[in-house]
Ligand binder design. Structure first.
Ligand SMILES: [Zn+2]
Length: 251
């Protein structure tokens, strides 16, 4: 017997399934990340439109025997179509979805809220794409329990000096002092970047985007966090294989 269920959710991924159908991956508030079949999504005018980045209330059938979900309807809160108008915001949004599929494991509600805000900001402020990328990775690391205090080494507990460049522990997946660093660690965090990450640690998304940061510092911190994302993503991320996100987006 099928059951009707619903949840706030965002479409992370969508691929063709058979001739006319699509298989979606949804980040839902109530059920975590789930696969959902959308029948007739290719051609039919009546079919429910739920493209990647769509944020809304999703109405589903759940079949407890087959343990699968089918899309019935969606009340769209935001399509985030605006961000598709330029390359960097589009890549950034795809990167967020790919990274969440890799590291999902925190509270679904918090991850949904973070992605929803990040997509809203990419849509309304495409010129701030690099700052949105920085804050997305920074805040996600906190949600999945990997973020360490930026004022001291999380391994030996020694406070960092104000001009100290800190290194990285690949086993802890966090920054640490040079003495505690992994032998092959080449991920260096300069003092200015560390201060920025520390200051914005306790801020909301909106507020952190207002903190002034030079273009050079923005690029440096973004590249640090993209490399960090590859570490916590445990392998090659497709969206980081191209050079696009590694370049400055505001030119
Ligand atoms: Zn240490």
């Amino acid at each position: 017997m099928e059951r009707n269920v619903s949840s706030l959710a965002i479409v992370l991924h969508s691929q063709r399934y058979g001739q006319l159908n699509r298989r979606l991956k949804l980040l839902t508030v109530d059920f975590g990340i789930i696969d959902v079949l959308s029948y007739g999504a290719q051609k039919s005018l009546k079919s429910v439109k739920a493209e990647v980045f769509t944020d809304g209330q999703f109405f589903l059938y759940y079949n407890p025997v087959k343990k699968d979900y089918t899309l019935k309807d969606v009340t769209v809160l935001a399509t985030h179509d605006e961000l598709r108008e330029s390359l960097h915001p589009t890549y950034a949004a795809l990167f967020f979805c790919e990274l969440l599929l890799r590291v999902h494991g925190g509270e679904s509600t918090d991850e949904y809220r973070l992605l929803s805000q990040a997509l809203d900001h990419l849509s309304s402020m495409p010129q701030k794409t690099d700052l949105v990328i920085i804050q997305f990775v920074h805040q996600l690391s906190d949600l999945v329990g990997l973020r360490a205090d930026f004022s001291r080494c999380p391994i030996c507990d020694r406070p960092y000096g104000s001009n100290e460049v800190v290194s990285f522990s690949t086993s802890l997946l966090a920054h640490c002092c040079e003495a505690c660093a992994s032998l092959d660690a080449d991920l260096l965090l300069p003092p200015g970047a560390r201060r920025y990450l520390e200051v914005t640690s306790s801020m909301g998304f909106e507020q952190s985007l207002q903190v002034p940061l030079s273009d050079a510092a923005t690029l440096r911190i973004k590249r640090y966090l993209l490399r960090y994302a590859q570490m916590i993503g445990q392998g090659v991320l497709k969206t980081l294989a191209s050079p696009i996100l590694w370049e400055a987006s505001s030119t």
